[in-house]
Design a protein around this ligand. Structure first.
Ligand code: GLY
Length: 417
């Protein structure tokens, strides 16, 4: 098959890797230097019409869309209009992620368990409501902010500052939510809108500092599988994934692609923190190396409405992803820092997330720069191998969290650097 992967981060590198493993010809735009080793990287305008034209020109069998921005810009709609199968939701269905206020009303309409909330389109109303609420609480920008539009406010002052930040932008909307306690888990369902296969559950670590402290990032590292009990898994399937897919169908928004449910395992059971309309990043870098079947085939089947979940297989074992982020991330990542990468050993891989070539050398070109991944029979071993590889990367001032898995009582990240 000839596959076009759209995007240029660590998630797309993992998608390219998953397709290349099965011998498919892989094209990628805009790609990155790591992806260029496994795919033909194509420079192209990144607007939906130009990308869909590219897919036609290159006669690809399926387009696989990584980042949410392309989905909410209508790339899948543009592909469908040209008869090109595309793995990802339409612009209207991607609203589940791109409009957090709409997403909450959708959950309400379909009885999907989530935090209590209020949505606001004016600062003054949001501030008045805030005064009546206990802290901590959660303030969300209703639009797409690359995982960084969420503030867990411990004080009213923090919440007010977050709201003022959101409403400093034109046409902003904010959601104020009840603060939920428990462990977070990412559930990813590959789906054609009706049939679905769950990947192994995973857990991201979203703040920049250890102990889940500091500002939110796009994600600083993942462990997979997260050990979910059968009862929780069953509840998540029935009450969250199946209800959501059925609700989307009922509203004439059939959803193809990855339905990503970010959940909190509260004392009262699993609740949705947020939905995303694509693979998580770095969840993709943890989950895809465990896939033991042909992802490109699943993507094409899903795009045709014919996903067969019995054909989707994951190998036993575990994986861990350690993100190496630039100094200054998430506020002001330093770009252009020289990088030297070691050769990975068996079960190890370094996905490029934000890299570029400058004068023939590899440099940092984004906030999250490398996703250092390892698979192994156990989570402890996968974490050990990922940290050992991360510690051999030469990257001055790199930030990483050494406490991945701490909520499960794991401590394999003790400094060796
Ligand atoms: N890892 C969080 C996200 O992809 O949104």
């Amino acid at each position: 098959m000839r596959v076009l992967v759209v995007g240029g981060g660590g998630r797309e590198h993992a998608l390219v890797d998953a397709c290349a493993r099965y011998g498919h010809e892989v094209l990628c735009t805009p790609g990155n230097p790591g992806i260029a080793a496994q795919a033909r990287v194509i420079a192209s305008p990144q607007d939906p019409e130009a990308l869909a034209d590219l897919a036609v020109r290159e006669a690809v069998d399926v387009v696989i869309v990584g980042p949410e921005a392309y989905l909410s810009a209508g790339l899948v709609d543009a592909c469908q209009a040209r008869g090109v199968p595309a793995f990802g939701p339409t612009q209207a269905a991607a609203r589940l992620e791109s409009d957090k206020a709409w997403s909450k009303t959708f959950m309400e309409r379909h009885g999907i368990p989530t935090a209590a909330y209020q949505a606001f389109s004016e600062l003054e109303a949001a501030l008045s409501f805030l005064k009546t609420q206990p802290v901590p609480l959660v303030v969300k920008d209703a639009g797409l902010r690359a995982g960084k539009g969420v503030t867990v406010a411990r004080t009213h002052e923090e919440a007010e500052a977050a709201l003022r930040g959101i409403f400093s932008q034109p046409s902003a909307q904010a959601v104020i939510e009840e603060f939920m306690t428990g462990q977070e888990v990412s559930i990813l369902a590959l789906t054609d809108g009706e049939h679905y296969a769950l990947t192994p559950p995973s857990q991201d670590h979203k703040t920049i500092h250890e102990g889940d402290l500091g500002p939110m990032t796009g994600g600083m590292g993942v462990i997979c599988p997260f050990p979910l009990g059968e009862a929780d898994l069953d509840f998540i399937r029935r009450e969250i994934v199946e209800r959501t897919l059925a609700g989307l169908r009922a509203e004439d928004l059939p959803f193809c692609g990855v339905l990503y449910a970010g959940l909190m395992l509260t004392p009262g059971g699993p609740r949705v923190v947020e939905f995303n309309a694509r693979f998580g990043d770095p969840e993709a870098e943890a989950v895809l190396p465990l896939l033991a079947s042909d992802f490109a085939r699943h993507a094409l089947d899903a795009a045709r409405g014919q996903l067969d979940p019995t054909q989707v297989h994951f190998r036993d074992g575990a994986s861990a992803v350690v993100i190496l982020a630039a100094p200054g991330y998430p506020a002001e990542p330093q770009l252009g820092i020289p990088l030297r990468l070691p050769d990975p050993g068996p079960g190890q891989v370094i996905y490029h997330a934000g890299t570029a070539l400058r004068d023939g050398g590899l440099v940092s070109a984004g906030g999250r720069v490398l996703a250092v991944t390892a698979t192994a029979p156990t989570l402890e071993a996968a974490l050990g191998h990922a940290y050992a590889l991360a510690d051999r990367v030469e990257f001055a001032g790199a930030q990483l969290r050494r406490d991945l898995g701490f909520r499960l009582g794991l401590r394999p990240g003790a400094a060796t650097r």
